[in-house]
Write a protein that binds this ligand. Structure first.
Ligand code: PLP
Length: 395
């Protein structure tokens, strides 16, 4: 018997390597944009969630720099003690206005926003109804709450209803949680139908709209706006680290709930507030989105163009309804090799395998953005075509 305490790590790492599931970190040598320098090489970028091209936008940068001058670099406190700066209050007011909700709470990340929201709403006597493909941060938040977790089949409203009928009577309260846009497939939850079912049984509703914030709805107002469920849906979780280009999470919805979370949410009470620079940059992003819908329109034009081009080439783009375009390949080794060859040819698009996606459903995921030009997309399509033919994925 080995007496090395770290043998289990070596064994697991070897297993990951053998099954092509070892994650290798690439290093970015430039800001997030349509073109980036990655591991020293200039490539066309299809990997970031920079949907609207705001991550390196001059107005956001100027706002961040000005905020550092005025407010310093850190709040040095949690929100509930001395960390709530006027910038946070202003951002929350503006986000609530933008999203047409009663109130909003700004936190350190979307990941933490899920943990912040779920725990106070349900506990051991309660039940959570969760879509099979929900994001890891929802799953972790649900587990931490101690509530019973009942998984319903992906986007299956009838199954969600059957599960509610079966389990709800055994518990004090129910909470239905779904991703808005599913980040690995780019499909959209049937929020109107899920909401109707939840309302019928008096179940609380929560959607994680990380990939819909700044993307779906009028001018990027999110999935609740997309389905016209204002005032009906209880809670929307969002992130300011994707389309908004900065960092942070948002919990938006009914005032009674958001106010309650200010009393109870543990990441709000026990982890320091977001920096002034980030908060001010988020405010500038809200300004831009309220001034014009052009960036959101551009994003969707690009996404439609790219997806149609990929489908014409014969690629399987799964069930995408959004700017997220999965290129379904199946085998994790093939996906890795595909990504490696794309990179050699000047396109940065990551391969995703288990546990990010189910086993056997490995893929390349293309993230379209408003920052890409038509020439960029044409170049990307040509390189995908070449690699696809070389690897026998398309004819
Ligand atoms: C990215 C993502 C998150 C995490 O958001 P961060 O702000 O990056 O922490 C949460 N939920 C979903 C569905 C996501 O796609």
């Amino acid at each position: 018997m080995s007496n090395d305490k770290l043998d289990f790590i070596r064994a697991d790492m070897a297993a990951l390597r053998e099954s092509n599931l070892l994650i290798t970190l690439r290093t970015m040598d430039s800001p997030a944009d349509a073109w980036m320098v990655v591991d020293g090489r200039r490539v066309l970028n299809f990997c970031t969630n920079n949907y609207l091209g705001l991550a390196n936008h001059p107005r956001l940068k100027a706002a961040a720099i000005a905020a550092v001058e005025q407010w310093g670099v850190g709040p040095a406190a949690v929100r509930s003690i001395a960390g709530t700066q006027a910038l946070h209050v202003e951002l929350e007011r503006r986000l609530a206005e933008f999203k047409h909700v009663e109130d909003a709470l700004y936190l350190q990340s979307g990941f933490l926003a899920n943990q912040a929201a779920i725990g106070p709403l349900v506990g051991k006597e309660d039940v959570i109804f969760s879509d099979r493909l929900n994001h890891a941060s929802i799953i972790d938040g649900a587990r931490l709450s101690g509530a019973k977790i009942v998984v319903y089949e992906h986007c299956d409203v009838a199954d969600a209803e059957a599960k509610i009928r079966e389990h709800l009577p055994n518990y004090r309260r129910g909470l239905l949680i779904t991703d808005g846009v599913f980040s690995m497939d780019g499909d959209i939850a049937p929020l109107d139908k899920l909401s109707a079912v939840a309302e019928q049984y008096g179940v609380l509703t929560m959607v994680d709209d990380a990939h819909g914030e700044g993307v779906l709805g009028r001018g990027g107002r999110g999935i609740v706006d997309h389905f016209g469920l204002h005032g009906v849906f209880d809670l929307e979780i969002g992130t300011l680290s994707k389309a908004f280009g900065v960092v942070g999470g948002v919990i938006a919805g009914k005032r009674a709930i958001v106010d309650y979370l200010r009393q109870k949410a543990r990441p709000f009470l026990f982890s320091s507030a977001v920096t002034p620079a980030d908060t001010a940059a988020c405010l500038a992003a809200v300004d831009l989105l309220e001034e014009s819908e052009a960036l959101v329109a551009r994003l969707w034009e690009n996404a439609r163009y790219f997806k149609a081009g990929m489908q014409q080439l014969g690629f399987d783009t799964g069930r995408s309804e959004t700017p997220i375009v999965p290129v379904m390949l199946g085998d994790a080794g093939l996906a890795k090799e595909f990504s490696r060859r794309l990179f050699e040819a000047g396109v940065f698009a990551m391969a995703l395998g288990f546990p990010t996606v189910p086993r056997g459903l490995a893929r390349i995921r293309v993230m379209n953005t408003a920052a890409h030009t038509q020439a960029d997309l044409d170049q990307g399509l040509a390189i995908f075509a070449q690699v696809g033919r070389d690897l026998g994925v398309i004819q």
